[in-house]
Design a protein around this ligand. Structure first.
Ligand code: BG6
Length: 308
């Protein structure tokens, strides 16, 4: 692992991108421009904060999150790869794969003429990943920070046999009160309701509202998802967060509600009304197969707009 001084020397942009240790000694990039602020950890390539100018933060972060090398950060955008949820054959393997708990390598930091900052981080195989998933791969994650947050996960098969993987940008959105939020863009789609048992249903109408613990995987969802939040955090009243995407055919909608929130040690008992996960994904029947040398890119653009 390069040390902090080395990272700063190679990648910092004075006044725009700093590389620092947080209070828990985990390295992160702190981006500050007239367009937006963001924090991105090397641990898990985890975006924990994104705030476009004139808006309250777009991403929810739990006040109870772990910030430890062995654990995933709770909130922001955990990266799910190469499997989603529990491993099918090995329940003892880490949920949602290993990408969110590995140290990623910072590849590049740039700022374009419009002031948008682009960060690129990479992950490859090592003994620890091979013990869990015996494949050679390269994942490059590109985060663009401007008036829109861009997230692009590019996976390449660098080995000599095909592999199948699942992936998700497990985006925790910050909302005023999830009970008042309306979600559009998923109507008429089939979905798997993970509660209680993975039954298959069809979403009848829109908007979708959240009235109980919700854990669903929607299929065939290439369209933009809109989250209308009439009581958005901050002083500005209603806002809509849009998530548009490319290379993704599944969308996960998750809120833990009361009991699950209480059961999670790294999540406050009373935090569940303030978040909704809308996850840009390829999971289950939309898992991706790559032959040797092939690549796949999944992208999401997250944008907040005040409603007048
Ligand atoms: C969602 C899953 O994507 O992530 C849920 O659909 C899960 O089943 C949630 O509870 C949180 O997972 P974790 O591993 O971060 O606690």
């Amino acid at each position: 692992m390069p040390n902090l001084t080395d990272l700063q020397r190679r990648f910092a942009i004075p006044g725009v991108v700093a590389i620092e240790n947080d209070a828990n000694h985990l390295a992160r990039l702190v981006v500050t421009t007239p367009l937006a602020e963001a924090h991105v950890y090397l641990h898990g390539a985890h975006v924990t904060h994104y705030q476009p100018a004139g808006h309250p933060p777009v991403l929810f972060m739990s006040g109870k999150s772990w910030f430890q090398e062995s654990k995933a950060i709770r909130g922001g955008v955990p990266l799910v790869f190469p499997w989603f949820g529990s491993h099918r054959d090995h329940r003892e393997f880490p949920a949602h794969g290993f990408a969110r708990t590995r140290p990623w390598t910072l590849r590049s930091v740039r700022q374009d003429a419009d002031g948008v900052v682009e960060l690129s981080l990479a992950l490859g195989p090592d003994d620890a990943t091979r013990a869990l998933w015996p494949h050679d791969f390269e994942v490059v994650y590109t985060v663009t920070i401007g008036s829109v947050l861009g997230l692009a996960l590019a996976v390449r098969n660098t080995g000599s046999t095909p592999f199948v993987f699942e992936e998700a940008l497990h985006t925790y959105l910050s909302v005023g009160d999830v009970r008042g939020v309306s979600v559009t863009g998923l109507g008429q789609r089939d979905y798997m309701d993970k509660l209680p048992s993975g039954r298959r249903l069809t979403q009848s109408g829109e908007p979708i509202t959240i009235t109980a613990e919700t854990d669903r995987v929607y299929f065939g969802t290439a369209d933009t998802v809109n989250v209308l939040d009439p009581q958005a955090p901050g002083e500005g009243g209603a806002r809509t967060i849009t998530i548009s995407k490319e290379g993704s055919l599944a969308t996960v909608v998750w809120n833990p509600w009361v009991a699950k929130a209480k059961a999670m040690p790294d999540f406050g008992d009373d935090e569940w009304p303030a978040m909704l996960c809308i996850e840009t994904a390829n999971v289950e029947e939309h898992a991706v197969t790559l032959k040797p040398g092939e690549s796949h890119v999944m992208q999401a653009q997250v944008q907040a707009q005040r409603d007048h």
